[in-house]
Structures are given as C-alpha cells and as structure tokens.
Design a protein around this ligand. Structure first.
Ligand code: PMP
Length: 403
C-alpha cells in the first residue's frame, strides 16, 4: 500500500536533521512542525509589519489590527464558527480554564455534576477540580469501551438532569480514538447539560464544524495545528459567550473604567485582557488556512492510512501490545514487552526517530490501561511510509539490544 503525501518535505525546515537529512518525527500529537508559510508570515509580523493592535492611531497599527482580526476569522472559519464567537487564548489548556473559571464559576452550584471521561488529558480534568471547592460540583467519569473509546452507552446511563456539563476529548491524545461527537452532543443536551469538546487533537486531523455538531464549547491549540505555541482558541456559542463574565482583568477587555464601576467590552474582547499574542495569532491564522487548503478529509485519510500501516507492522511483532481502536486518528500507542517506553524512545532517537514516551498528561488513562507509560507514535500531514519503516527498524534493533 502506498500513502500519498500531501506536502513536500522541503517545506518543513523542522523535519531536517542537524546534518540536513530527514528526521522521522513521530511526535506531532505533542506539537506539530511548522510549514514555511507559517514561519514566513510570523517573520513578517514580528519584523517589517510589527506594531501593536487595537490601540494605535497610526497606519501600521491599524493594518496589524486588521491582520489580527483576519486571523480570528480564519481560525473561526476552520471550525465553522463566527469570529465573534472565537476567543484567542494561550492554548487549549487556557481555553478550558477560561470556561471553568468564567462559565463554570457563574453557573455551577452544589449538587451539580460534570461528566468527564477516563481518557481525558489533565487539562480537561484539573480545571474542573480547581473550581470544585468554589462551586460544590461533583465529577463523574465515563468509562471506556474495551478498544479504548469513550463508552457513550455508559454515558447515556450515567447522565441525569443534575449534569450541567459534559466535557470530552474529541480525539484522545493517547489512543487516537475518535468520539462519536454528534451522539455525545445529543446525550448532553438530552439532559439539559452543556457540552465542551476538547478539540486539541481533532482540529488538525478531522473536519470539524461546531455549528453542525451543535456543541457549546470547542477548545484547541495553535501549535498542534502547524501553527505556533502560545496561542489557542476557545469557540463558544454566541449566546453562552455573551453571558459569560470576564475572568482576567486589564487593558482591552473593558468598556469604561472608573474606581466606582467598570464595564466590560463585548465578547470576544472581554476575554482577551492585555496586549495579545499578535505574531502568534497571525501564524495561527495562516496555519488554519494551510490545513483548510490541504483539506481535512484528505489529511484524515492520509493519517488513517499511516495508522493502518503502523498497526499492521507493529501487530506482526509478537512482543508489541497495541492500545486503542483500529481506526484511531493519526495516533498509535503501544508497549514493547520487557522494554520501558523511555528506553525505547532513547534507542529510537539514535535511529533518527522521535516518539513520545510517558503518561502523555493522561495519568488516569494509564491507570486504566495498567501501565505507567506508553510509547506513542503520532503522524501529521508530512508523515509518510518511510517514518513507519524507520519506527519498525528501530523497534527491531531495540529488541536485539534487549534480547
Ligand atoms: N487536550 C488534549 C487532548 C491534548 O492533546 C493537549 C496537548 N497535549 C491538550 C489538551 C493541552 O494543550 P496545550 O498544552 O496546547 O494547552
């Protein structure tokens, strides 16, 4: 089977080794490499085009403001939302914390329940725990199916009118399992709960349309979408976002400030206190257009082909234990019998192959799998069959070393 590549390796400076050769980068789920178009756009934004946004009366600042707001439109369009519904944050982590600290504190009270799942990233667990004392909310944990999906049959049995929020990963960062998001939305809304989808791993791997899904909150990061770090987004349904109180105070988020009373700017500005990450936002917007142009259905098909190839090859090694469903999106977690994932990662590094080894910020999932850590290979738009072949070669060498 051949996997068609969607892009040219030459367009990705990060895929080159120190000696100029190809680096088999299989850690895109942690952070994606950046295409030259994003790097160029950010270089212009921090260089020749640089100025502040929203405040300047001079032309350069007005132009930068247009660029910043155009980036918001591009990122919102990627997920099918309106720009007025899209708040720039530092990343998915900050987006989920924003929902917890603003919507959560304003709306959750003792007796209310939040449904999470066993496979959530810590950033969709800890923000809810942080507001537990202030709100009195209780957390329920939806179990997984045997192949590592969020078990929505179980969710259906667990959900009650006391549930005010369901917060689930759209794609698991460890197992690659894809949530049946339309069903999750229907189940949450069926009991009157809001639903937040952690789209950190989904936006770069699947077509996402928040309006078609009907979800209430959608959180994601720029750096997993081939854009920069330090920027991410919260999309929230307009009527919910408009009613949410600010969570950080400062410049840009106000309407009028007096010592007696301060009034707030409308959303999304109300949630963007201080000088924003201007250059990062511009890069994020270019990255959003980049993946949109490539086509998320094509990216998904490309990564699915690589997952199939990797699972087939790893499945032939009888000391490999594969985790997660067959049809995972771009991510394959596994364990090699008798070899700690960190040792495997170190030997693969000598072979020019970069994987992630660890708990992947999902310790409750590790507990469920009965392992302290997994090895994880994750693909991106630039991955190809040579990456899978290099991974398999490296694993075979590791087995010889440990034999
Ligand atoms: N959720 C998921 C599913 C993730 O994979 C990650 C990043 N590993 C996050 C949330 C947090 O994203 P960030 O660190 O970019 O804020």
């Amino acid at each position: 089977m051949t996997v068609e590549t969607l892009t040219r390796v030459e367009d990705w400076p990060g895929l080159r080794n120190a000696d100029g050769g190809r680096w088999h980068y299989l850690d895109t789920a942690a952070t994606a490499q950046k295409p030259q178009v994003v790097i160029d756009a950010m270089t212009r934004a921090i260089g020749a085009d640089y100025a502040t946004v929203h405040r300047g009366v001079y032309t350069r600042s007005a132009e930068m403001t247009l660029g910043y707001e155009a980036a918001r439109r591009r990122v919102a369009a990627l997920v099918g939302g309106e720009d007025s519904e899209l708040v720039f944050t530092r990343g998915a982590t900050e987006a989920i914390n924003l929902v917890a600290q603003s919507w959560g504190v304003a709306n959750l009270k003792p007796g209310d329940r939040v449904l999470l799942s066993q496979l959530e990233h810590h950033s969709n667990i800890v923000p809810w725990q942080l507001i537990q004392d202030r709100t009195g909310l209780a957390i329920d944990v939806c179990p997984l199916t045997a192949d590592g999906r969020i078990d929505l049959d179980a969710a259906e049995r667990m959900l009650t009118p006391a549930h005010k929020l369901v917060a689930l990963a759209h794609v698991s960062n460890v197992l690659g399992s894809v949530l049946d998001a339309p069903r999750a939305v229907a189940l949450a809304h069926g009991v009157g709960a809001k639903i937040l989808l952690d789209g950190c791993q989904a936006v770069a791997r699947l077509p996402v349309d928040v309006k078609a899904l009907g979800c209430d909150f959608y959180a994601f990061s720029g750096h997993k979408l081939y854009g920069p770090t330090g920027i991410g987004a919260l999309w929230a349904r307009a009527e919910i976002l408009d009613a949410m109180p600010p969570w950080q105070g400062g410049g840009s988020m106000i309407d009028r400030v007096t010592f007696e009373k301060t009034t707030w700017a409308p959303a999304p500005q109300r949630f963007e206190a201080g000088t924003p990450a201007i250059v990062e936002a511009i890069g994020f917007g270019v990255a959003a257009d980049f993946v949109k142009d490539k086509g998320l259905a094509a990216i998904h098909a490309h990564e699915s082909g690589l997952v199939r190839l990797a699972r087939e090859a790893l499945g032939r090694i009888n000391t490999v234990r594969l985790f997660g469903p067959e049809d995972s999106a771009g991510i394959v977690s596994f364990a090699l019998e008798g070899v700690h994932p960190h040792d495997l990662g170190t030997i693969l590094d000598e072979e020019n192959v970069a994987i992630r080894a660890g708990h992947h910020c999902a310790q409750p999932l590790m507990e469920h799998l009965g392992v302290p850590a997994t090895a994880r290979a994750s693909f991106g738009i630039y991955s190809d069959e040579s990456d899978v072949a290099a991974l398999v070669r490296g694993i075979e060498r590791t087995m010889r070393i440990f034999a």
